[in-house]
Design a binder for this molecule. Sequence first.
Ligand SMILES: [Zn+2]
Length: 129
Amino acid sequence: MSTARYWREIPQRYRLESGKCKKCGKSFIPPRMVCDACGSREFDQVRASDEGTLVSYTVIRVAPGEFSDEAPYAVGIIQLKDGPRLTAQIADCDFDELEIGKKVRIEFRKIYEQGQAGVICYGYKGVLV
Ligand SMILES: [Zn+2]
């Protein structure tokens, strides 16, 4: 990920911020410009719930670029309590423990270090509860 994109996404990454449609109430992570349910362009920024359920997952064994040192790791789609879904790495788990429907808590973790300058990027990861 580029540094510019990383900084632009900081509100979502640090506060798990979702965009909640003012018209129909559907929420999105990351926030979108246009609601795919009703076409509205007006959103409230809402702190999303950090509790959710595992909807789907996969184990990445050959990882791209900056994540190559971490492979193998699990990535899951998490349905949050208050509506939006997000994709996040599932940290600290045995892959045998992964199961659709399991409870997941979103935690703020180090994602990767960038280059020799060691810029450390933070973001959210899922943890089985
Ligand atoms: Zn809407």
